[in-house]
Design a protein around this ligand. Structure first.
Ligand code: HSE
Length: 432
């Protein structure tokens, strides 16, 4: 069987998984590709670092030029994270005539227009299934399987690390830092895990999906974004008592010809599919105007799930399928009908509010008065009596609102902060 020579740049968590699949399951990949995707070179920074995969002699190199100037290597999985040198290497590889596979969502979210334009000019392609949703084939599904539809909304859990942390807090009472360390040890987190927990990774993934589904052109940093770094286990417990789970959700919705986008931790009713997504799993619900809702669920982070997506892209690139899709999608191109992001601040939602209040007569009336004055209607309130042993003079108060505008909540919270009976900054979470 003929070979297509393939290179990997970067043998970290994902690169190692890709090498394992190519080397240990060459029969499988060859059968699907119709030729052998042959691992010719793997470029690493440190040749002496111990590896968790046995690389054949002559494959490992610390010289990028062994790939760039080898015309026989036509397919390259570029698996280094961050922006530079990843961007420069990608441009160099395209100039050298390589088709690229990448998992680097930050690079695509920021430099997608430049990289895709360059690939189009040079007649090359970029495949990026592994950039969103780990092992879930969401890019292929939106880009190929749902093309009879106009996607009208997307909502999903797109960060495995955050979902793992929240699950650990909820099911085992683990504190945030311990759960994050465990996610790092399991290979879910980014090299800089701040990007996971502050929602940036989710917003970058949402911007890629929104480009694909709606043609949204815009800066991912303009997506209203809140992460889970301040999530308190008390809110996970109160949400549980109220019949909800908290999840870091990415939402994009077509409203007229604009797209409302948002990333934030939200309460989701227990028993609904997104609420039941556990550990490092991701899930995405896509609604199309013909198909209705479609739900995707799978491992969103980690070595082998992500490698699964990269190797599928390698096979598609070797067969020529990626090139056809890449040309047809016209992503980040002027000819792809662009839509803009809409201001989501007027969107109506139900809200969860928690604050620590003085336990004395009249406080509840003051709080409900502020909410009423701002047009916020209360759906339910929980205030537990202070525990008998505790001498605390404040108690937590949890309020669930009916549908209300975001600015009504913001205004109410500002007024709460003026009151001497409210002891802490109110926690405000949206309810799906
Ligand atoms: N750090 C990412 C996550 C890996 O936790 O989901 C996949 O992009």
């Amino acid at each position: 069987m003929e070979r297509t020579k393939v290179a990997i740049i970067g043998l970290g968590t994902v690169g190692t998984g890709v090498a394992k699949l190519l080397l240990d399951h060459g029969d499988r990949t060859a059968r699907h590709a119709g030729r052998i995707p042959w691992l010719e070179k793997a470029v690493v920074q440190n040749l002496n670092k111990p590896r968790k995969v046995e690389i054949p002699d002559g494959v490992l190199t610390d010289n990028l030029d062994d790939v760039v100037s080898n015309p026989e290597i036509t397919v390259v999985a570029q698996l280094i994270g961050g922006i530079e040198p990843a961007r420069t290497i990608m441009l160099q590889l395209l100039e050298a005539g390589k088709d690229i596979i990448t998992a680097n969502k930050a690079l695509l979210a920021i430099h997608g227009p430049e990289l895709f334009d360059k690939a189009r000019q040079l007649g090359r392609c970029i495949a990026f299934e592994a950039s969103v949703g780990g092992g879930i084939p969401i890019i292929t599904n939106i880009g190929q399987c749902l093309t009879a539809n106009q996607v009208t909304s997307l909502r999903g859990i797109l960060n495995g690390t955050c979902n793992f942390i929240i699950t650990q807090m909820q099911d085992h009472g683990t504190d945030f830092e311990t759960a994050l360390r465990e996610a790092q040890n399991l290979g879910y987190a980014e090299a800089d895990p701040t990007l996971d927990v502050n929602g940036a990774d989710t917003a970058q993934k949402l911007s890629i999906l929104s480009q694909l589904a709606f043609g949204v052109r815009g800066n991912w940093e303009d997506i209203p974004c809140k992460g889970i770094e301040d999530l308190d286990i008390a809110d996970v417990r109160f949400a549980d008592q109220l019949g909800y789970r908290i999840k870091l959700l990415a939402i994009a919705k077509l409203v007229e010809n604009e797209v409302e986008m948002n990333v934030s931790p939200m309460l989701i009713k227990k028993g609904s599919p997104l609420a039941e997504v556990q550990d490092a799993f991701n899930a995405i619900r896509v609604r199309g105007d013909a198909v209705g809702p479609v739900f995707y669920h799978g491992q969103g982070a980690g070595q082998m799930p992500t490698a699964s997506a990269v190797v599928a892209d390698i096979i598609d690139t070797v067969t020529g399928r990626s090139q056809i899709t890449f040309n047809n999608l016209e992503l980040w191109s002027e000819s792809h009908r662009p839509r803009s992001m809409a201001d989501a601040s007027q969107t109506r939602n139900r809200y969860y509010l928690r604050m620590q209040v003085t336990d004395k007569p009249g406080v509840m009336a003051e709080i409900t008065g502020i909410l009423g004055k701002n047009g916020v209607s209360i759906a339910s309130i929980i205030q537990h009596k202070p525990d008998q042993e505790s001498l605390a003079s404040t108690v937590p108060l949890v309020i669930m609102s009916h549908q209300t505008a975001q600015n009504a909540i913001t205004k109410s919270v500002e007024e709460f902060m003026q009151s001497e009976n409210i002891d802490s900054k109110a926690v405000v979470l949206k309810v799906l």
